[in-house]
Design a protein around this ligand. Structure first.
Ligand SMILES: Cc1cc2nc3c(=O)[nH]c(=O)nc-3n(C[C@H](O)[C@H](O)[C@H](O)COP(=O)(O)O)c2cc1C
Length: 189
């Protein structure tokens, strides 16, 4: 089987904390972002952007997550708040894929959102092609206005995913997949 197909038919997600260092190099991160930005994009609107969290910046962002968590749950234990601070520090690299979809005279917003999903998936595949494991997650903080403000998202921007990237512990265990006869039909008259 060609390498590309082998990757596509065997790729699986890992848990963020399973992904170890070393993080991708600066050159590898450029490759990841270059691949992620090479996706179908109706109208060439570039309706997405990326925020890279690496090194200590992961905990600086985590401070905003912990602060928002405290506001949401004032009764939370200090241990729980500390755990929230580590959210983006579980893997050595996290890339937020941000959707910038908005009203447009010609291009439906839905198609712009789909393009952001394509960018996120291309990022995942590129990271796996480089030998890393990935975890595409959103979790509660992707939907918290206080966190989004702290990360610099404009009101119309949304998180498509926080893509966690790092060295996988080993080959992944597979999970059940839908059978093709449940999800695919052949149109006939
Ligand atoms: C937009 C989006 C958001 C997701 N958010 C989460 C999440 O917050 N937590 C989680 O456990 N899985 C989340 N997932 C699911 C995982 O990325 C992954 O699909 C699942 O663990 C099984 O992955 P696999 O089929 O790639 O192995 C999300 C998936 C997508 C597409």
């Amino acid at each position: 089987m060609p390498d590309a197909l082998k990757l596509l038919t065997t790729r699986r997600s890992f848990k963020p904390f399973e992904l170890a260092g070393p993080a991708p190099t600066a050159a590898e991160i450029d490759t990841l972002l270059t691949v992620a930005s090479r996706v179908p994009d109706h109208g060439k609107l570039t309706p997405w952007r990326f925020i890279v969290f690496e090194g200590e910046a992961r905990r600086a962002a985590g401070a905003a997550i912990a602060a928002a968590f405290r506001v949401k749950y004032p009764e939370a234990s200090p241990e729980h708040v500390e755990a929230e601070r580590e959210r983006l520090a579980r893997a050595p690299l996290v890339v937020a894929v941000v959707s910038r979809a908005g009203p447009h005279v010609k291009i439906p917003e839905w198609e712009q959102v789909l393009s952001a999903g394509a960018a996120a998936m291309s990022l995942v595949l590129a990271a796996n092609a480089l030998g890393y494991g990935t975890s595409w997650i959103t979790e509660w903080y992707a939907y918290d206005r206080g966190v989004l403000d702290a990360l610099g998202l404009a009101p119309h921007e949304r998180i498509a995913g926080f893509i966690h990237i790092g060295r996988p512990p080993g080959p992944p265990e597979d999970r059940p997949r839908p059978s093709l006869d449940q999800i695919a039909t052949r149109f006939s008259t």
